[in-house]
Unconditional design. Sequence first.
Length: 97
Amino acid sequence: MARYGGEEFCIVLPDTDADTAANVAERARAAVFALAVPHTKSSHGVITVSIGVAAMKPNTENTANQLIEAADTALYQAKRNGRNRVVSAPAGDLCTR
């Protein structure tokens, strides 16, 4: 796990399929929510996390940047959908092949 950008973090899970990665992300989201740290500016009333998940099998066609882009797109979808949720990149995306 590492900070990636100002308010973003990245968790790299080697040898992990998309479903397992989504399960890990959901457990992380729920754990942060369960802390119930007050956040008066949040519509949830507490600190929450929104998580974008992407997975790929390394090959000569896919790049790390594509993986990051897919996860970032999923993250912003989670934010648009109301925050405090996990969104996975669609299975048809380049990075999930």
